[in-house]
Ligand binder design. Structure first.
Ligand SMILES: [Zn+2]
Ligand SMILES: [Zn+2]
Length: 173
C-alpha cells in the first residue's frame, strides 16, 4: 500500500493587486481585481511543482495598523500538500508573481496522508504482478501453483497457467 506523508500549508493569495495606471510613476498605486487568467498561471506553477492544490473561497482579512487604522483585504486561501522545502519555493514564487511585499502562509497539518489507489493495487494484486513473498506453492483455482502462472524465463511476466487454460491466478478457497 502506498501512502505519502506530507504537510499541508495554507497560503494567502491576494485578490487585488497594485498597479500603475498609465505612464506616470508618481501617481499612487491603484488596486484592481486580479484577472482569472493571471491566477491560472500561478495555479499552473504550483501544479508543476507539487502536483495539486485546493483553492478555497475568498476570505476577508482585517488587521489594525500601529496607528489604529483598520485595513480590510480580500484574500484567497489555497491549500497545498507538500514538503517544507517546496512550500518555501512556492512562497517566494507567489511574492514575485503577485508583486507582494509579504506573503502569509501557515502550516495547517503536520501529517497529511495521500493514498495512491492505483499504485497500491498494482503492488498488492499478486495475480497480476509476481510477488516472491506471496508463496510460490500456493494453489490456484485451476489446481496448479502460483509459481506456474508466471514466466520464469521472462522476468516473471504474467502469462497465465502453464498447464491449463487458466488466465489469471486466483487462490483456491
Ligand atoms: Zn490458475
Ligand atoms: Zn492451471
Amino acid at each position: 500500500m502506498k501512502i505519502e506523508n506530507l504537510k499541508t500549508f495554507e497560503i494567502m493569495v491576494p485578490y487585488k493587486m497594485g498597479n500603475h495606471d498609465g505612464i506616470d510613476e508618481t501617481k499612487p498605486k491603484r488596486k484592481h481585481n486580479i484577472p482569472v487568467p493571471y491566477h491560472r498561471l500561478w495555479d499552473e506553477k504550483v501544479k508543476a511543482k507539487v502536483g495539486g492544490l485546493t483553492i478555497c473561497k475568498v476570505a476577508q482579512g482585517q488587521w489594525v495598523s500601529p496607528s489604529g487604522k483598520t485595513f480590510r483585504e480580500l484574500m484567497i486561501p489555497v491549500r497545498i500538500s507538500c514538503s517544507e522545502e517546496q512550500i518555501l519555493e512556492i512562497i517566494k514564487m507567489t511574492a514575485e508573481h503577485y508583486e507582494q511585499e509579504a506573503i502569509h502562509c501557515m502550516c495547517v497539518s503536520e501529517n497529511t496522508m495521500i493514498y495512491h489507489r492505483n499504485a497500491a493495487e498494482e503492488k498488492t494484486d499478486v495475480s497480476k504482478v509476481y510477488n516472491s513473498d506471496f508463496g510460490d506453492s500456493k494453489v490456484c483455482d485451476c489446481g496448479h501453483t502460483y509459481y506456474r502462472h508466471f514466466d520464469s524465463y521472462n522476468e516473471m511476466e504474467n502469462v497465465g497457467c502453464k498447464y491449463c487454460e487458466c488466465a489469471s491466478f486466483a487462490i483456491k478457497p
